[in-house]
Design a protein. Structure first.
Length: 159
């Protein structure tokens, strides 16, 4: 089926290894509705991120809005150095260029539906860099913290 006509993605077609996936395990980043999976989406992409207990996504930012819907699990979203608690049923909004990551503070795997903005699609068919994300830890080549990032020892918890 051509990219233009694709409507449904089946489990065997899902791509793993997207930017949030960590080599050491604990985080899985599954691409669903993306150009790489055969869709001609123009403004939005959809994925699922899973984070095991005791793990967190890498600290990162990107130049588009991003929304998470928490399917299951409990944790905290770190956004520009402050942490906010969430649980299943919550929605999370990440503003463009906000440095963020997700911490699993619970006892079950977090599962997030992730909808990203337009930055993903115009870069198709190839990103100009290794990733459209700026990833500051984990498996990325640009794994140094930016000057405006809050180091983990200085984290603030928000209510």
């Amino acid at each position: 089926m051509s990219k233009r006509n694709k409507i449904v993605i089946h489990p065997r077609e899902v791509l793993e290894g997207a930017p949030m996936q960590q080599a050491g395990g604990g985080v899985r980043d599954l691409k669903l509705i993306y150009p790489e999976t055969g869709f001609d989406a123009k403004t939005l992409c959809l994925g699922v991120v899973e984070i095991d207990p005791g793990h967190h996504s890498p600290l990162h930012r990107h130049n588009c809005e991003e929304v998470y819907y928490v399917i299951k699990g409990t944790g905290e979203i770190e956004s520009d150095g402050k942490r906010y608690k969430f649980s299943a049923g919550c929605a999370i909004f990440n503003r463009p260029n906000t440095i963020h990551r997700v911490w699993n503070t619970g006892s079950e795997t977090i599962q997030l539906a992730v909808v990203g903005g337009i930055m993903f699609v115009p870069l198709w068919p190839r990103w100009p860099t290794a990733s459209p994300y700026e990833v500051f830890e984990g498996t990325s080549a640009n794994a140094e913290l930016p000057k405006d990032a809050v180091k983990p020892s200085k984290r603030k918890r928000a209510k």
